[in-house]
Design a protein around this ligand. Sequence first.
Ligand code: IPD
Ligand code: CA
Ligand code: CA
Length: 289
Amino acid sequence: MNRLESNPKVPYVVGSKSPTAVAINSASKAGEWIKSRLGGIHELNTKQSPHDLVTDVDKGAEAMIRKLILTHFPDHDILGEEGVAPGAAASAAALSQAGTSDYLWIVDPVDGTTNFVHGFPFFCVSIALAYKGEVIIGVIYDPMRDELFVAEKGKGAYLHGQRAKVSGDGVLAESVVAVGFNPDRNFALPTNLRGLNALSGEVRSLRAAGSAALHLAYVAAGRLSGYYEVGLNAWDVAAGALIVAESGGRVTDTAGAPYNLGVRHLVASNGHVHQELLDVIQKADATGL
Ligand code: IPD
Ligand code: CA
Ligand code: CA
C-alpha cells in the first residue's frame, strides 16, 4: 500500500527539492512558455485604466507557477499579482492578509506586460520567497536573453552561476539610472515625472525600459547604477530587492528607510550613489510619501 492509499487526506508531496530549485524551475518553465506566446496573445484586457494591461498569458503563467510551487510546498502561501484586485489599497490588504503559513511566495508572472503586448523584448518572471515577512530567495528570469538572476539571503546573487556585483560608479553624474511609469496616472505619474525631471539634470543618462524587476536585476548586475519609482507593488520588487542587496547594493524607500515587503516607493542603487539619489528625489518633492 502506498502513502496515498494508506491516508488519502495527506497531500502527496513530490520529492524534496529546495525552494530555490523550485523557484528557478518555475521561473524558467513559465518564462519559456511566455516567450512562446510572444505575438500570440488570445485575450487582452485592461485593469483599472487603459494603461494597465493584462493578458491570458499573465494569467496562464501565474497559474502554471502556482501549480509548480504547490506541487512541492502544498502548505505554503502564494501572493500573485493576478490574484489581487488592482490599486494600492487592494495590494496593501492582500499583503497583510497573505495567508497563515510562515512561508509566502510572491509572484509577478509577467513583469513588463505592456512590453510583452507590444513586442518590446524586455519582460521577465519574478518569484520571491519570504519567511516570516523577510525575503530569503529571489529569482528573476528574462526569457528573451535567457538570463537568470538568483539570490539567496546571505549567500550572494548570481547571474548564470557568476557572482553578480553592482557597479562601481561613485557619483550620479557618471551613472545611468532607470525610472518607471506606473499605470496610476493620478498619483504615481506626476510624482514619477517630478523625480525624472529632477534626475535628468544630475545623471549621465536615464532609462525607462518598462520592467521594475529587470531594472532591479540590472542594478544588481552593474548595468544600471540606480532605479527609482513610486507606486510599485510587492510582486514588482520582492525578488529584485534581495538580488540587489546580495549584489552589494542598497534598497530603501524614498525616505531612506530599509526595504520591506510593504514598500511601494522605491530607490535601489549600487550603494555609492544612494544618498545622492535620495537627495535629488526628496528635493524635488518626488518621494510619494
Ligand atoms: C509594471 C512594470 C513597470 C512599472 C510598473 C509595474 P507589470 O509591472 O514593472 O515597469 O513601471 O510600475 O506595474 O504590470 O508589467 O507587471
Ligand atoms: Ca509588475
Ligand atoms: Ca505583472
